[in-house]
Design a protein around this ligand. Structure first.
Ligand code: GLU
Length: 296
């Protein structure tokens, strides 16, 4: 099987070191398999997109020596998301966030885990037909399990209880990330989804969407997020310094790559020299993978 991987940044700001580390690993994974590598801008939320971020991201990646075979923008693929949405069992929902939270508090079940699970208020019919409606997926009454091909961990979620009917298109018409990512990964032939560990708990619902649309879910590999000295993950909104600062300061990309590599938790990456190229890191990633389960 030829591997196809992707890096899928949201062009909402400048890439920081954490984004760069995930981008590096996604590239290493595709290229260590001799596979295809895609760059996909996840730019559906127009209000948050910064037009300059596309080019800055491309330049940052090129500076690190990370190339890609094809580039996509989700904003140019709305017809595909509309077609997928029409194939799913969805219903209009006009509840505000506040109303959803109030309904959860009124029902016996407290929010399960960290996430508020939609209690299905609009399942039987929209409560406020005059308001603009979001579309929620009536999730199958089933369990969805994903095994991470890197960590070997399995996560099972009972869809109605642990996830709830989630939004596939917002009430302002914007397609939801979960729908777009599933449609794109499937139609772009992505076999291996390597991404940050923050998306691990989103994987079972995405696998369920793949199946509901008649696709085979890809392999998932979740990598740890880079944290700052306080142990907090870097965030664009949290003011993490942009990668371009190192570039503009005249820093050698090989030094940044070496630092990123050494910050990884796997012993293979600890002994890299002061400066490395991305290509020189390929055998190290292959060595990490050879120790892992790589279950399908
Ligand atoms: N666009 C998402 C982000 O910026 C990544 C989505 C994914 O890798 O599935 O975090």
């Amino acid at each position: 099987m030829t591997v196809t991987g992707r890096f899928a940044p949201s062009p909402t700001g400048a890439m920081h070191l954490g984004n760069a580390r995930t981008a590096l690993l996604a590239w290493l994974h595709s290229r260590a398999h001799g596979g295809r590598h895609l760059l996909r801008f996840e730019d559906l939320d127009a209000g948050r997109v910064r037009p300059w971020a596309y080019d800055l991201t491309r330049r940052d990646l090129a500076w690190l020596g990370l190339d890609w075979d094809e580039e996509f923008r989700q904003s140019g693929r709305l017809d595909l998301y509309a077609a997928a949405l029409s194939r799913l069992d969805t219903y209009p929902c006009t509840c505000t966030r506040k109303e959803v939270l109030a309904a959860i508090q009124d029902s016996a079940g407290a929010p399960h885990g960290e996430e508020a699970v939609y209690p299905g208020t609009c399942r039987a019919g929209s409560v406020h037909p005059q308001r603009p409606a979001a579309r929620r997926w009536r999730v199958p009454d089933a369990e969805s399990c994903v095994t991470d091909a890197l960590t070997g961990k399995t996560l099972c979620q009972w869809l109605p209880r642990d996830v709830g009917d989630f939004v596939l298109r917002r009430n302002d018409g914007v397609y939801a990330y979960h729908l777009a990512v599933v449609v794109d990964d499937a139609l772009m032939g992505v076999t291996d989804v390597l991404r940050g560990a923050d998306l691990w708990t989103a994987s079972p619902r995405q696998a369920a969407l793949h199946r509901a649309l008649g696709f085979t879910p890809p392999r998932f590999l979740h990598v740890p997020l880079l944290t700052d000295y306080r142990g907090e993950r870097l965030a664009k909104r949290g003011g993490a310094p942009p990668l371009s600062e190192w570039r503009e300061r005249g820093e050698a990309p090989g030094r940044v790559l070496a630092d990123l590599a050494r910050s990884l938790p796997w012993p293979e990456f600890q002994a890299v020299p002061q400066e490395v190229t991305a290509t020189e890191l390929l055998p190290l990633w292959a060595a990490v993978l050879s120790r892992q389960v790589l279950a399908r």
